[in-house]
Design a protein around this ligand. Structure first.
Ligand SMILES: [Fe+2]
Length: 191
């Protein structure tokens, strides 16, 4: 066989240097970050739990928006739609913060149901004040969860997620306030 010999002046094949980023096949969704691996893991877990609760509360708020009844129908129907919009607006930034840290976000309704702490309400009929009172309690749970996640972000130097969360705590407390005032009994106001 006629083999071509390499000339002595030809440079030797370069020795392979270790890649700084893992090959796609090993870590296809590992977005590079300067934060520690524990940040990717711990913040992702905390944020996915939050995301599950926000989706669960979004759907419950829409459920109550659709099934509202009674003399204050329009007022409550509109208020719950506004609150649902705010909750929905949180979901994409939460999921994308997780991806920016190299974690993976929720993938399905089943995934949400495995992580949510907010309880669903599939009752055939719920009275308007009971709806608002339940959402008020859920809203306080979301605020508590936001504070929990904020602590995890602080521990892991994730300032950007913490900054989003601070704004969401304020929005959540506003929703709690509106729900509380709408459910306050007339007697309590007159006393
Ligand atoms: Fe609507």
């Amino acid at each position: 066989m006629n083999q071509t010999k390499l000339s002595k002046s030809e440079p030797a094949a370069k020795t392979a240097t270790k890649p700084t980023v893992k090959p796609q096949s090993e870590a296809p969704l590992r977005t590079p970050t300067d934060l520690k691996p524990s940040a990717t893991k711990d913040v992702s877990v905390a944020m996915n739990g939050l995301l599950a609760d926000v989706f669960a509360l979004y759907l419950k708020t829409k459920n109550f928006h659709w099934h509202m009844s009674g003399p204050h129908f329009r007022e409550y129907h509109v208020m719950l739609d506004e609150q649902a919009d705010e909750l929905y607006a949180m979901t994409d930034p939460i999921a994308e913060r997780i991806r920016k840290l190299g974690g993976t976000s929720l993938r399905s309704i089943g995934h949400i149901s495995r992580l949510q702490r907010i309880k669903d309400n599939d009752a055939e009929f719920v009275g308007p004040i009971d709806m608002l009172a339940e959402l008020c309690d859920d809203s306080k749970m979301i605020a508590a969860r936001l504070r929990e996640v904020h602590s995890v972000c602080d521990e892991n130097d994730d300032l950007a997620s913490a900054s989003f969360i601070e704004e969401w705590i304020d929005q959540t407390e506003r929703r709690t306030w509106f729900l509380f005032e709408a459910t306050r009994p007339q007697a309590a106001i007159n006393s």
